[in-house]
Design a binder for this molecule. Sequence first.
Ligand SMILES: Nc1ncnc2c1ncn2[C@@H]1O[C@H](COP(=O)(O)OP(=O)(O)OP(=O)(O)O)[C@@H](O)[C@H]1O
Ligand SMILES: [Zn+2]
Length: 632
Amino acid sequence: MSTARRRTAHAESILGPELHARLPDIKVLLVGAGGIGCELLKNIVLTGFGKITLLDLDTIDVSNLNRQFLFRKKDVKQSKALVAAQTAGSFNPNVKITPIFANIKDTQYDIEWFQNFDLVLNALDNLDARRHVNKMCMAANVPLVESGTAGYLGQVQPLVKDLTECFDCMPKPTPKTFPVCTIRSTPSQPIHCIVWSKSYLMGQLFGEDEDASGELDEAEKQGENAQEIATLREQAQAFMSVRKALRTPSKDAAKMVFQKIFKSDIRNLLAMSDMWRSRAPPIPLEFDAILDDTFVLRQNDPSNGQNRQASTSRAANGHSSAIKDQRPLSLRDNVLLFVSSTGRLAARLQAGEEIISFDKDDDDTLDFVTASSNLRSAAYGIEGKTRWEVKEMAGNIIPAIATTNAIVSGLIVLQALHLLRKSYSSLRSVHIHANKPSVPLSAIRMCPPNPSCGVCRDTYTKVLCDPSRATLGDVVKGIMGDDTREVSVYEDKRVLSDPDWDDNFERSLESLNVSRGKLLAIADEEGEWGTITVALGLLPESYAADAPPFILPSPLPKAPRKPKQAVIPDSPVKMSTLKRSAPTDDDVEPSAKRIKVDTLSSPSKKQRLDEDGVILMDGVDDRLEDDIIVID
Ligand SMILES: Nc1ncnc2c1ncn2[C@@H]1O[C@H](COP(=O)(O)OP(=O)(O)OP(=O)(O)O)[C@@H](O)[C@H]1O
Ligand SMILES: [Zn+2]
C-alpha cells in the first residue's frame, strides 16, 4: 500500500468510495480561522477535502495560542488564514488551501464569488458576519453549515435555501438590559459600573460629540424620576467642558475629569435626598486625599471591598509572583491608573484619533474602564474588580473551551457530509452541552424556512452593470418589466425609493453608493408578493462601451405570492443565544422597519449602547447571570 493510500484508507472506508472520490474536487469555503476554524480546517484536510478557501480578517494574538492549535508563538501578529493554511497544508500533500486575509463582508466577495463554492462552513464569532454569510449563501444558493460555541455550549446548524430555515428565519432574542438609572445613578453591582464606564463614560469622553437629550427625553417619557433626569441633563452639559480639556494639551485634564465625575456629579446626585431614602448614598471621592492616603471612604463598612483591598494591596504589590492583571487594586491604585490611562487616551485624541471606543485588547481603554468602574464602585460601596475580571466582564467573554470547539468541528464535518451526499433527511441541528455528561448532545430535525423570512424567502437575481452609468431606475424598471405593481427599493436599511418618492431613479447607482456586491431589495408595497433582491455585479470586460450600461437577467425573476401567515416552532437553543458575539444594529428581525435616508447618519448613543448589549430603560428586574452580560 502506498503512503497516500494508507493515509486515506480510514477516511475511504468511513465515507464510502463514491463520496471519498468526490472530496478532492469539492470546493469549500471556510470563514474564520479562530477556535472553531483551526480545528475544522484540520478536520476537513484530514477527511480529504481537496480545494479549501480559508478566509479570516484577523492576525494571531498570544491569547489564541491556548486553543488555536495551528498557531505557534512565532506566528503571533501574522495573518490567521495564512498561517493556518500553511500548517494544515502540511497534513495532506494533496490539499490546496487558498488563504485570504480579508473581511468576508468586502464587496469583492459577492454572490458570483460565493457561487464558486459547493459548500460554505462558518466558524465566526459575531452575529453581523454570520448574518452576512447566511444572506450571501441564500442568495447564491450554496449550502452553509453554521456553528458557534460559548464555553461548554455549542451549536451546529446546516442551512439550505428552500429546504431548511436560514440563520435569520427566527428573530433574535433581545439583549439583556438595564434601566437607565441603574447604569447612570444607582448601581448596585460591579457590572453596572463596568457597563457605565465602557458604554457611557467612554462614549461621553472619547466618543462622538453628541447630545444625550433624546435618550433622556425618552427616559422621562417612560416615567423615570424627573429630577434625576434633570440632573443627568446637567451632567451632560458639564461633559462638554471636560471633553474639551481632553482634546487640548494640559497636565490637569485627568484630574479635571476625575473631579467632575467622581466628586461633583456624585455631590449633585446626593442633593436629591429622596433618591437615597431606601438606598445607601454614594460618597464623593477626593483626588488629593486618596493620593496622600488620607482619604477614608467608609469606616467599619463590611461591604467596602476596596478599603479592604487597599490594606492588602501593598502586600500584593510586593509579591513578585502576583500576576499583574489579577492583583487587587486599592483606591489609590485606581486613581493612579485612571490618571495614566486618561492621559494616554487624551494623547491619542490629540494625535488625531477622533473616536476611541472600548476594546478589551486595547490596553489604554481597558485600563480606563478598570480604573473608572472601580472608582465608581468605591463611591457606591460596591466591591472592586481586578483588571483581569473587568476584561472578562466588559469584553463579554465566556472562556473558550477547546474541547467544545473540537466537538463542534467534528459535527460540522458530519453535517457537511450529509449535505454533499444530499441526504437531507439526515441533517440535524445539533446542540452541545459539554458540561452535561448525561445529555451532552441533542439533535433536532431541521425546521422548514419561515415563510415570512426577510432573507431566505426573497427571490434573488443578478444584474451586471457599470454603476457609474446605470441608474437606479434602469435596474428597478428593468427588473419589474411590464409589472406595474407599486414597489419600494432598499439597500440594506436605506430606503432608496418608494411609490411616492422616486427622485433617486435618475441617479447613478454609484452616486447612491450602490455598487458591486451590494443588494437591492425591491419590495411590493402592499406586501402581497415576495421581495426581489438584486445582486449587483460588474459588466464583463469585453462588454461594448456603447451598449446599455447594464445586463438584465433573462428570464426576468418573478416573486411568488406571500403566504398569509406563518407559525414556525421555535428551536430550543438559538445560535444567537451563544455568546462571544457582539450584537450589532442588525440585531433585529430581518423584516424590521428600515430607515429612509439618503446618507446613513452615525449611530446614536442609544444604538451604540444597544450594540453593547445594553438597552436603556427596559425591565427593572433584569438580572445578570454570573456577572456575565448575556448579550444576544
Ligand atoms: N467579518 C469577518 N471576516 C472574516 N473573518 C472574521 C470576520 N468576523 C470574525 N472573523 C474571524 O472569525 C474568527 C472567530 O474565531 P474565535 O471565535 O475563536 O475568535 P478569536 O478572535 O480567535 O478569539 P477571541 O475572540 O476569543 O479572542 C476570528 O479569527 C475572527 O477574526
Ligand atoms: Zn430565512
